[in-house]
Design a protein around this ligand. Structure first.
Ligand code: SF4
Length: 261
C-alpha cells in the first residue's frame, strides 16, 4: 500500500516516537512530505533508557518545530515499568506492549488524531507475522496490515505503518543520510522478549534465502485479508471496567491494573 493510500489529505497524523532510528526516520519522513505530524512519546519509566531516548525526541522536535506530547505509565496508571517488573512474574514486554498501545490509542484519540503512524520496519513486521503464527493469534493476524484494525470504531485510532516495507538496514542508512540524531541505546528488558527468538529464526533465513522477510509480510497480508472477510461484521465488545474495546469481558489494560492492585 502506498503512503498516499495510507493517509487521507484531511488526516491528523500523530507519529509514535521512541527516539530510535525507525521512529525518528518516520517523523522526519512525515514532516518532510508535509503530513504536518504531531509526535507522541510514551515514557514507560525504564531507568537509564527511556530518559535518554526522550532527550533525543525532544531535541529533534524542537529542531524541526514539531509539537510533542509525552505521556507516562506512572502518570496514567500509577506505576513505572520498572515498578511493574518487580511485581510480576510473566515477561515484562507483554505488560509494556499492552499498556503502551492502550495509552497511545487513548491519547491519540484525545488529541483528535485520525491516524497514528508507527515506525515498524520490514523486520518488525515479518517477525510479527511469525509471532502471531507461533502463538496462534488469529485475531491479531486479522487486525494487522499497512493500516491496522478490522472495524472502524470511534474508540480506535487506526495505526499506519509507512516504513513496513523498508528493511531495518535501509532505515539506518536513511537516518544516516539525513543526519537524524537517533538514540541507539537498547532497552534493558529486551533480552527476554519473545521477538528475539523469532528474530533469531528469521535473520538466518533471510541470509540463506533472500526475500524471506518480504514473503512473510505478503503472506501475513494475504491471511489478514482472508480472515477479515469472516469477521468484519462483528461489533467489538466493550470492557466492563473502562468501556474501551476489549477482546473479552475486560480489556487487557484493566486486567493488568487488577493484577497490580
Ligand atoms: Fe517495552 Fe520490552 Fe520494548 Fe523494553 S523491549 S520497550 S520492555 S516492549
Amino acid at each position: 500500500m502506498k503512503n498516499a493510500a495510507m493517509f487521507k489529505k484531511e488526516d491528523k497524523v500523530a507519529a509514535a516516537v521512541s527516539g530510535g532510528k525507525d521512529s525518528l526516520s518516520l517523523l522526519y519522513f512525515l514532516n518532510k512530505h508535509r503530513y504536518n505530524p504531531i509526535a507522541i512519546t510514551i515514557d514507560e519509566g525504564i531507568k537509564g533508557y527511556r530518559d535518554e531516548t526522550i532527550a533525543h525526541v525532544k531535541k529533534f522536535c524542537s529542531d524541526y518545530d514539531i509539537p510533542l506530547h509525552v505521556f507516562s505509565f506512572k502518570g496514567e496508571y500509577g506505576f513505572t515499568l520498572d515498578e511493574i517488573k518487580k511485581r510480576v512474574k510473566k515477561p515484562i514486554c507483554s505488560y509494556c506492549g499492552v499498556l503502551r498501545r492502550d495509552l497511545l490509542n487513548k491519547k491519540g484519540r484525545e488529541l483528535g488524531c485520525s491516524k497514528i503512524a508507527i515506525g515498524h520496519n520490514l523486520d518488525d513486521e515479518a517477525q510479527t507475522v511469525l509471532m502471531n503464527f507461533f502463538r496462534g493469534e488469529i485475531f491479531r493476524m486479522a487486525r494487522s496490515g499497512p493500516v491496522t484494525g478490522i472495524i472502524r470504531d470511534p474508540f480506535l485510532v487506526p495505526r499506519a505503518k509507512p516504513l513496513r516495507e523498508c528493511p531495518e538496514r535501509e532505515n539506518i542508512i536513511y537516518a544516516l543520510i539525513n543526519k537524524i540524531n537517533y538514540s541507539d541505546i537498547e532497552c534493558p528488558y529486551r533480552g527476554g522478549a519473545y521477538r528475539n527468538s523469532v528474530r533469531a529464526i528469521l535473520n538466518p533465513m533471510e541470509e540463506k534465502y533472500p526475500g524471506s522477510k518480504f514473503a512473510a509480510l505478503r503472506t501475513g497480508d494475504e491471511l489478514a485479508n482472508a480472515l477479515r472477510k469472516n469477521i468484519k461484521d462483528k461489533k467489538p465488545p466493550r470492557c466492563a471496567q473502562c468501556g474501551e474495546i476489549a477482546a473479552g469481558a475486560m480489556c487487557k489494560t484493566c486486567e493488568i491494573l487488577a493484577e497490580l492492585s
